[in-house]
Design a binder for this molecule. Structure first.
Ligand SMILES: Cc1cc2nc3c(=O)[nH]c(=O)nc-3n(C[C@H](O)[C@H](O)[C@H](O)COP(=O)(O)OP(=O)(O)OC[C@H]3O[C@@H](n4cnc5c(N)ncnc54)[C@H](O)[C@@H]3O)c2cc1C
Length: 387
């Protein structure tokens, strides 16, 4: 692993830092982007206005090619972007799924008309995107999906149910996976549709999480007539399109150590200020010190895993198992931090952000590929074990 920040990346850092210092206002600092913001709420309106500022300055999707409003940024510029946004407490763009996941699929498989009409409003947050992949009986085994589209002239008639759809309640568009050939082997009968969420027959119902948040939804499609021109990529090749999306989603995890390490630093500070009632603080109690040291080391390990993935990219290696390892370490570390916070802070850890965190982090080992699925990938691709 050998990379240092090249001069160009440091120059980009200075430019971005001074723009952020000038533009991040207190009402958006540290605000998200929140997947749970409700339509029309002041919180969402602030995030959308901020998103437009980011896009106008071409900081919303720096990895995108210039022709679509990005900067064609290098890997190191992307790392710098993540670091500086984190330092400034600046929310990223609202399209947390659209920009990193859906857009690469549109860029790879979309027609010119699809690229021109869909990408700019996605970047500005004028259109919000969701991903309709998972179903009640198709999650890790996504290829078992049953939502179908049946051809009727120049439309596909869609019927079925999707679940756990983040941003579904705000979405203007959905990248939807549907079965278009029920006879073909299951990976080969799937197509990808870009669906206008205002079409008749679509119902979005909230799923309220254990934290009380409205982070995701279930979506029902009843005889929804989707134009065939809305297909992304060739018919029955939706699996390939979906995999483009997922490989980008996993690559994004490489930058998550920033938030995790900041959380450990906050916990250490709070431990030093938490009295145990016997004259000592939590940071002075031997068993707690060991647990604090352990999560600190896990978070540092996460940084090393991330750096290794980035170094691999700089040397032209395709991101593969490294992103699965990073996802695994990140999600497990986040859960360990929440457990240690509960032990260190006692009842105080049941309230505020630590209280929310304690339950919210349970989802990290499920979303974007479960721990078990990631372990399977690592077992096969890193350890060379049989299926
Ligand atoms: C916060 C959050 C946001 C999400 N957002 C979206 C979204 O926007 N769009 C979307 O389409 N989906 C979304 N999902 C769904 C997510 O992709 C699925 O939850 C995930 O793929 C797991 O599928 P499942 O829930 O059906 O669990 P299952 O696949 O049924 O898994 C159940 C258990 O079995 C284990 N398991 C499954 N297969 C294997 C195997 N082969 N070997 C060993 N163990 C296995 C799993 O690890 C898990 O513990 C989201 C989920 C969460 C938690």
């Amino acid at each position: 692993m050998d990379f240092s920040y090249p001069e160009a990346a440091e120059a980009f850092r200075l430019e971005l830092r001074s723009w952020l210092d000038e533009h991040v206002t207190e009402d958006v600092r540290g605000q998200g982007p929140s997947l749970g913001a409700e339509a029309g709420s002041p919180e969402l309106e602030r995030l959308l206005a901020w998103n437009r500022d980011l896009a106008d300055a071409r900081y919303a999707a720096i990895a995108w090619p210039e022709e679509y409003g990005g900067r064609g940024a290098s890997v190191m510029d992307q790392v710098v972007w993540a670091e500086e946004m984190h330092r400034a407490g600046a929310p990223g763009p609202i399209n947390v799924l659209g920009i990193p996941n859906v857009a690469p699929a549109i860029m790879t498989y979309g027609s010119d008309a699809q690229k021109r009409s869909l990408l700019p409003p996605m970047m500005r947050g004028d259109d919000i995107w969701c991903q309709g992949f998972s179903e009640p009986d198709a999650g890790s085994d996504l290829a078992s999906l049953r939502t179908s589209a049946v051809r009727d002239g120049d439309v596909g008639v869609v019927n079925g149910q999707k679940s756990w759809t983040s941003l579904g309640h705000l979405a203007d568009w959905c990248e939807l996976l549907v079965r278009t050939d029920a006879e073909a082997p299951k990976h080969q009968g799937i197509s990808c549709l870009l669906v206008d969420m205002t079409l008749p027959g679509i119902t979005v119902r909230p799923l309220i999480t254990i934290t009380g948040g409205h982070d995701f939804n279930e979506m029902f499609f009843d005889d929804v007539r989707v134009p065939v021109a809305s297909m992304l990529g060739p018919e029955n090749e939706g699996w390939r399109v979906a995999m483009t999306t997922l490989s980008h989603e996993r690559a994004g995890v490489a930058k998550l150590h920033l938030g995790t390490r900041a959380k450990v630093a906050r916990l250490l500070e709070e431990a030093m200020g938490t009295p145990l009632g016997d004259g000592r603080t939590a940071a002075e109690e031997p068993a707690l010190r060991q647990r604090l040291a352990r999560v600190y080391l896990e978070a540092e390990l996460l940084k090393l895993v991330s750096d290794r993935a980035i170094s691999g990219e700089l040397h032209g290696r395709t991101l593969g198992p490294e992103s699965s390892i990073a996802k695994l370490v990140w999600s497990e570390t986040e859960q360990h931090i929440a457990e240690v916070a509960a032990a260190v802070l006692g009842p105080m850890a049941g309230t505020g952000s630590w209280g929310t965190d304690r339950v919210a982090v349970r989802s990290h080992t499920i979303a974007g590929g479960t721990t078990q699925v990631n372990k399977n990938i690592i077992a096969r691709r890193v350890l060379g074990l049989p299926r």
